[in-house]
Write a protein that binds this ligand. Structure first.
Ligand SMILES: C[S@@+](CC[C@H](N)C(=O)[O-])C[C@H]1O[C@@H](n2cnc3c(N)ncnc32)[C@H](O)[C@@H]1O
Length: 238
């Protein structure tokens, strides 16, 4: 989970664009020294994602990296985009769904869809009933029309993240919505005081190169499976 930089906050916390714009105008862009990712622990073990983690990054308003309002807006974007592109969504996978902030607003926009939340966190699976498994190797007999993977891959090592991207292509037969905190986000876009820094920072190109093998980039975090029978206008593509 990122959160936009608000000058107060982010696992990924970002500043809202308008706040960021105002702040940059007022202060000038600030250079930031990033922590060397060597020495960061392997981040994808389920035990790390315990009650304290979610309390800190999601539930306590003093330290949370996102809000229900922000996640509602994201879900509206995702459902509107699938409608725009003409993708009928019957099955949606929220891979690394956390406390499930996208579930209700996604289902509101995609009323015919079945929602599956996949999580590595034992704590969350017991509490919310998500399917327990790892994005790196979880399989299903029926692929999903829409796969959402928001703010998860930065918790995986390079090897795990590469495997997860390969697996996303197996799990998704239509549209993938994927973002992860990148090195550039850490330097320029996120609120470092709230964002979880115990992650694996990679370049955006690292992700793009691997995603492009099975998906076409459509912009704004959306990726279209290359063999999906959906038409896009050339200038809509990223
Ligand atoms: C920063 S949270 C994001 C949660 C949710 N996507 C959101 O934005 O509200 C990252 C989540 O990814 C989950 N996660 C980490 N590694 C995973 C893996 N290999 N497979 C599935 N989930 C994983 C963690 O348990 C955690 O809940």
């Amino acid at each position: 989970m990122p959160r936009r930089k608000t000058w107060r906050r982010s696992p990924r916390s970002c500043t809202a664009s308008s706040e960021r714009f105002a702040a940059v105008v007022a202060r000038g862009a600030k250079a930031v020294v990033i922590r060397d990712q060597r020495g960061m622990r392997a981040a994808s073990d389920g035990a790390r994602f315990d009650r304290a983690y979610y309390q800190r990054f999601y539930l306590d308003p003093r330290t949370a990296v996102t809000s229900r309002a922000e996640m509602r807006a994201r879900a509206r974007l995702i459902s509107a985009f699938t409608e725009h592109i003409g993708l009928p969504v019957r099955r949606v996978l929220d891979a690394g769904c956390g406390v499930g902030l996208l579930r209700t607003p996604l289902l509101r926009g995609l009323p015919k869809a079945e929602y599956v939340g996949l999580e590595t966190s034992e704590y969350l699976c017991q509490r919310y009933g998500w399917v327990q498994g790892s994005l790196t190797d979880w399989r299903t007999s029926q692929p999903f029309d829409l796969v959402v993977c928001y703010d998860v891959l930065q918790y995986l090592t390079d090897r795990e993240a590469a495997r997860a991207i390969t697996n996303l292509a197996r799990l998704c037969r239509g549209v993938l919505y994927m973002t992860a905190l990148t090195r550039g986000d850490w330097q320029r876009n996120c609120d470092q005081s709230r964002t979880d820094r115990d992650v694996h920072l990679r370049t955006a190109d690292w992700y793009r190169q691997r995603l492009k093998r099975a998906f076409r980039p459509i912009g704004a975090g959306f990726w279209l499976r290359r063999d999906a029978p959906l038409t896009t206008w050339e200038l809509e593509m990223a």
